[in-house]
Design a protein around this ligand. Structure first.
Ligand SMILES: [Zn+2]
Ligand SMILES: [Zn+2]
Length: 613
């Protein structure tokens, strides 16, 4: 019989208490079970932990004191990628070793097979895990990609580590997630890592609950995992280096650095797609990239070696530092200091530059001194490097002007080939593209310019704000606009916002859009009841949305009202609001072009109070 905490401890001092705990939130695919295992083992508790639906379910037996410590540790020090939304703790029975009390007998019947006093186990329950995905957003979902953690950074630069300079190092706290998952639930066999059978050392880590790579789905090492190669582009008209100008015995990293130090352009296959990179402190290199990409003036984002360099070159607040070094590792818009050596043509006429830190091990290696040859290094015996190590690189999305982000090797060779001197190519497939996120800090607020890598596919709770959340309301596919498109799925009081899709003014843009909608719908088994589209009759994106889900009722939404409603939902506003929407033109409710609107209304309807254009 369930009872309040405290009762048993008082009545039977020295006895054992049995406790069931369920934990809700982002608790799967984040190293939660190993964390629970380690904690329980260190406290001498017996029992088990398993994933159950979208939850983590735990049963433990031990002294009252230890169980309390266990519960409070879970609450206060969960793994860094986990987020606990709620925890139910029930003290259900008392068992005293050596006695056969009724409660004790019951207790061990309900426990998982193999569990006995003094032992704690991690129970696999793949069936339950799979069934959690039958409902859209019912399961734990797929975690976002996470920037390389400090432990992996340390191993990456340690010449004695077996993953020294290995560009695919990761653990349960970091690495690709969303961009390698092919289908849910998130397990190695359903990721693009399935083609790399783990060697016995990686397998040992993966299956050992005490290892920090326990069930790290992309786990790999130089012996068994993906590999990087340098490929010179064969279709650049005038490459900065001829075929004989590379040293034959240089590895991929030295060749890549050689391109960069000679002012060339390099395509780098990142986490969610290709980047185009060049030396950000070399104006000629930046000019070459601009000419080849046919992008005369729009600012480029840069990747800076480390946070110390960012501090020296930019004004950066503690909050901005926190975001730069967070697991999402987005581009943060920063104001350059007067002595900032970044070339002026990176962001022509602007004092602000979009800055990010190296978020994947491959990016980080471009900036690390060392040559990747494993050996004991002393301060006197540092490796001799042929090529200088860059301090800052332009790191802009790998696409041709007006076309979508490139994320597949073949497409990169043909489409980016004319723009670059060489490629850092690898054989870990990207399941779906996901562009870098861009944020700006204003005062103490973080504003999203682009919410993508590192945040997607986290859902936003809107139950009780603009959705009833009772499971009865329709599932909505919101198609989004034509410029800087993002689409959304609404189900069970939660909104899933897609990654940044980009501009849909071209045929390629629309076909990428369709690919991404189908992809997310299949990943989440999402089937809408209703489609919401912009009321503009000429939008190609709305046509595409209707084609994707034919025969579904379509609701047309006025452009500026949609902006107002999404800001209201983001800030949890209910009831009637006044919105000032200054995003430019949109199709008005009267069939004319609107822009600069002052609207009053709620989620359902609005009236146009004033307009500035
Ligand atoms: Zn890590
Ligand atoms: Zn391995």
């Amino acid at each position: 019989m369930p009872s309040k905490p405290g009762e048993f401890g008082q009545q039977r001092a020295g006895g054992l208490i049995h406790t069931t705990i369920t934990v809700r939130g982002a608790v799967q695919g984040v190293g939660f079970r190993p964390f629970v295992y380690k904690l329980a083992t260190s406290l001498g508790l017996s029992g088990f932990v398993r994933n159950q639906g979208g939850l983590v379910y735990i049963e433990v037996t031990g002294s009252r004191e230890k169980v309390d410590e266990f519960v409070s540790e879970i609450r206060s020090n969960p793994p860094s990628l986990a987020r606990i939304d709620g925890m139910e703790v029930q003290y259900t029975a008392v068992a005293i070793p050596g006695t056969s009390s009724e409660e004790g007998g019951e207790l061990f019947k309900t426990s998982s097979p193999g569990t006995a006093l003094g032992r704690f186990v991690v129970v696999e329950s793949t069936d339950e895990k799979a069934s959690a995905y039958q409902e859209p957003f019912g399961g734990p979902g797929v975690p976002p990609d996470s920037a390389i953690c400090s432990k992996c950074q340390k191993e990456l630069s340690d010449p004695r580590d077996r993953r020294y300079f290995y560009p695919f190092i990761n653990c349960t706290e970091c690495g690709p997630r969303f961009t390698i998952v092919e289908s849910a639930p998130y397990d190695r066999e359903r990721t693009t890592m399935k083609v790399f059978p783990m060697c016995h050392r990686c397998r040992d880590e993966y299956t050992n609950p005490l290892d920090r790579r326990f069930h790290a789905e992309p786990n790999a090492c130089p012996d068994c995992g993906p590999q990087v190669v340098f490929e010179p582009s064969e279709i650049t008209e005038s490459p900065v280096l001829g075929p004989d100008e590379y040293r034959a015995d240089d590895d991929w990293l030295q060749k890549a650095r050689r391109v960069l130090s000679h002012g060339g352009v390099l395509a780098v296959k990142g986490i969610g797609g290709f980047h185009l990179a060049c030396d950000a402190t070399n104006p000629d290199a930046v000019a070459l990239l601009r000419a080849r990409k046919r992008r005369p003036a729009k600012p480029f984002a840069i990747m800076v070696k480390d946070i110390d360099t960012v501090r020296r070159w930019f004004y950066v607040s503690p909050l901005e530092e926190e975001i730069l070094t967070s697991r999402a590792a987005p581009i943060v818009i920063l104001r350059a200091r007067e002595n900032c050596p970044v070339a002026k043509n990176v962001a022509p006429g602007l004092m602000h530059v979009g800055v990010m830190l190296p978020h994947s091990p491959l990016h980080l290696l471009l900036f690390l001194s060392g040559d990747g040859e494993a050996r004991e290094l002393t301060p006197e015996a540092q490796p001799e490097l042929h090529e200088p190590v860059p301090e800052a690189l332009v790191m802009t999305s790998g696409n041709r002007s007006g076309e979508p982000l490139v994320f597949r090797n073949e497409e990169a060779r043909s489409s980016l080939g004319p723009l670059v001197d060489g490629f850092l190519m690898h054989n870990r497939e990207i399941a779906r593209p996901c562009d870098d996120s861009v944020v700006r800090v204003v005062g103490e607020k973080v504003l999203f310019y682009r919410r993508s890598r590192g945040w997607v596919p986290e859902t936003l709770e809107v139950a009780g704000i603009c959705a009833s959340g009772d499971g009865e309301m329709p599932r909505v596919f919101a198609a989004g606009a034509e410029g800087k498109n993002v689409f959304a799925f609404l189900s069970r009081g939660k909104v899933l916002l897609s990654q940044h899709v980009g501009d849909l003014y071209s045929e390629e843009g629309i076909s990428r859009y369709k690919f991404l909608v189908r992809d997310l719908a299949s990943l989440y088994k999402f089937e809408p009841d209703i489609i919401a589209v912009d009321s503009h009759p000429g939008y190609e994106v709305s046509k595409a949305a209707r084609e994707l889900f034919p025969d579904k009722p379509v609701v047309e939404v006025q452009h500026h009202h949609a902006h107002m409603a999404s800001v209201m939902a983001e800030h949890g506003l209910k009831g009637r609001c006044v919105g000032i929407i200054l995003d430019g033109t949109g199709y008005g409710a009267d069939g004319r072009v609107w822009g600069g609107e002052v609207l009053a209304g709620d989620y359902r309807c609005f009236e146009r109070l004033y307009h500035l254009a």
